[in-house]
Ligand binder design. Structure first.
Ligand SMILES: Cc1ncc(C[n+]2csc(CCOP(=O)(O)OP(=O)(O)O)c2C)c(N)n1
Length: 263
């Protein structure tokens, strides 16, 4: 077949992603976030020194997708594993975790809080899709009040199940962490902001600044019982109002929330 003379590449796959096809459901946003992480690794030229830690959850097979060393952690334990790896060779390794909300904000809450409080020099990518995805859509600590899930068929009842855990707000009250930002990947503008935040979270680690966590508001159309486009709209209409996007802490930029002394 004749090739066009002016053919040019306008969109390349990041080098830090392998050619293994992703297993994710149609409309799942894990793939977008994988790409953003890989772009950050490429941009910073850290592929050969990066180690990822992925626990169980839909991203359990991330070791096939990233072209860097990967370790699989037990459910919720990624920050502890990442701490060990980073402390073994702090000058040379760049270590990130990639965790779901069931993982990071439920079984792994203590790991998350204490890694942040210790200001471990690691990068945490936190996928908040308001549900336990891999196991079939059960209610997660992040499921919205009234949200219908497999285990809350009449909607999450806060009287019985309590309120969702807001990780960025909660961690921002700790002295430890360097950088906390909540982003979303439901439209182009938000994806570009997410890309910038994820890159910064890796840059902070390269610069030795400490614990950076990016919470990514993500879609799970399969378990939400929606089409991919309905799921992206549901994020705008329901998730972002409950989980406002933005920077919750940036110590180096002087953004440190918390109670101020009365003058
Ligand atoms: C100790 C332990 N408890 C429970 C499970 C079962 N389990 C596997 S994945 C998962 C939920 C994952 O949900 P989430 O972390 O939100 O990630 P997602 O699949 O939505 O991306 C659970 C409960 C397990 N594998 N190990």
């Amino acid at each position: 077949m004749e090739r066009l003379v002016n053919d040019m590449v306008v969109f390349e796959k990041p080098h830090a992603l392998t050619d293994v096809p992703l297993h994710y459901c149609p409309g799942c946003t894990h793939g977008i976030v994988h790409r953003l992480v890989a772009e950050a690794i490429d941009d910073l030229g850290i592929e050969g020194k990066t180690v990822g830690v992925a626990p169980v959850g839909c991203a359990v097979m991330a070791y096939d997708y990233f072209r860097c060393d990967m370790i699989e952690a037990a459910h919720g334990r990624a920050p502890a594993v990442a701490t060990g790896v980073k402390r073994a060779d702090p000058e040379n390794l760049i270590v990130f975790t990639y965790q779901g909300d069931g993982d990071l904000a439920s079984i792994g809450t203590a790991e998350t809080v204490h890694a942040a409080a210790r200001n471990e020099n690691i990068t945490v990518i936190f996928i908040n899709n308001a549900i336990y995805g891999m196991t079939g859509g059960q209610m997660a600590p992040t499921s919205l009040p009234g949200q219908v899930t497999q285990t809350s068929p009449y909607g999450r009842d806060v009287k019985q199940c309590g309120y969702p855990v807001k990780i960025c707000e909660m961690l921002s009250m700790l002295d430890g962490p360097e950088y906390l930002e909540r982003v979303a990947v439901n439209n182009v503008k938000n994806v570009l902001k997410a890309k910038k935040a994820i890159r910064k979270a890796f840059q902070n680690q390269v610069d030795g600044k400490g614990f950076s966590l990016i919470e990514v508001i993500s879609a799970c159309p399969t378990n939400w019982g929606m089409t991919p486009s309905q799921a992206l709209k549901w994020i705008d209409d329901n998730m972002i109002p409950y989980y406002p996007l933005g920077v919750y802490k940036d110590r180096s930029a002087g953004l440190i929330p918390g109670a101020k002394e009365d003058k």
